[in-house]
Ligand binder design. Structure first.
Ligand SMILES: Cc1cc2nc3c(=O)[nH]c(=O)nc-3n(C[C@H](O)[C@H](O)[C@H](O)COP(=O)(O)O)c2cc1C
Length: 239
């Protein structure tokens, strides 16, 4: 996936001492033993580098599903809904900015909400790290070529599943799903399985990102990065 993003500057609206503090002090379940003045976050200039760093640290610490994130959407009447999807890397959006990708069925409930109201939020929670990372922004579909490329990288059984499951629709029983899977297997035989036209990626271009890390007595570290007038502006938030 492409990483040639437009350059941007960070405007730092946070106190200087925080800038100099190391971000790589890996917290654990013992985080709440840290003295209040230790382990302050230092955000990388690029918020996606911060995401990559936290993902790597969560993986190294043995997080069960490090790329799992809650995707919150709202229908056009404002009804909220949320579910977990997997983060599948980043790419450049039509806004020329780095954006977070996930893949799903374009006829699912979440996709219907995103089509009606193309705004969403993503939340990672790495319990093992006592960290939360939030993204809020606008979404768009990735290109058909990108969806095809990702689909071809998936396991064949997952490809068959994507063709077979009318995601979010009602099923009579599990037999109906299994029958659909058998029909898909018969349809494609041993041949290459193309990406279904009703399946693909979405990317969320964030305008607001928040890094959260646990501290004693619920006096947690919180930083907001907000995209304002072409720049990421960083501010500390009260816990
Ligand atoms: C750990 C985990 C990972 C998941 N990853 C995805 C995913 O990447 N894409 C997806 O469509 N559904 C994924 N799901 C299933 C969704 O949470 C959800 O059940 C499904 O997408 C239907 O949601 P909807 O009816 O709101 O569209 C995942 C669920 C879990 C628990």
């Amino acid at each position: 996936m492409s990483r040639d993003f437009l350059p941007f500057a960070i405007v730092d609206a946070v106190e200087d001492q925080v800038q100099d503090a190391p971000m790589n002090q890996t917290p654990s379940h013992t985080t709440n033993m840290l003295p209040m003045n230790e382990g302050l976050l230092q955000l990388p200039a690029d918020p996606f580098d911060g995401l990559r760093q936290w993902l790597d640290e969560a993986k190294a610490a043995g997080a069960a599903e490090p790329t799992a994130m809650t995707l919150a959407t709202a229908s056009s009447d404002g009804t909220p809904m949320a579910r977990i999807v997997l983060y599948k890397g980043s790419s450049t959006s039509s806004l020329g900015r780095e954006a977070a990708e996930f893949y799903t069925n374009y006829e699912s409930r979440k996709s219907r909400a995103l089509i009606e109201n193309p705004r969403a939020a993503l939340v990672f929670h790495w319990n093992i790290m006592r960290r939360q990372l939030r993204f809020e922004g606008v979404v768009e579909k990735v290109s058909v070529e990108e969806s095809n490329a990702y689909f071809q990288s998936r396991a064949r059984d997952s490809q068959i599943g994507a063709w077979s499951s009318p995601q979010s629709d009602y099923l009579q029983d599990r037999t109906e799903l299994l029958a659909r899977i058998e029909a898909t297997k018969k349809r494609f035989g041993e041949s290459k399985i193309p990406c279904p036209p009703f399946w693909g990626g979405w990317r969320l271009t964030p305008s607001r990102i928040e890094f959260w890390e646990e501290r004693p007595f619920r006096l947690h570290e919180r930083y907001e990065l907000k995209f304002e007038n072409g720049l990421w502006v960083k501010r500390r938030l009260a816990p």
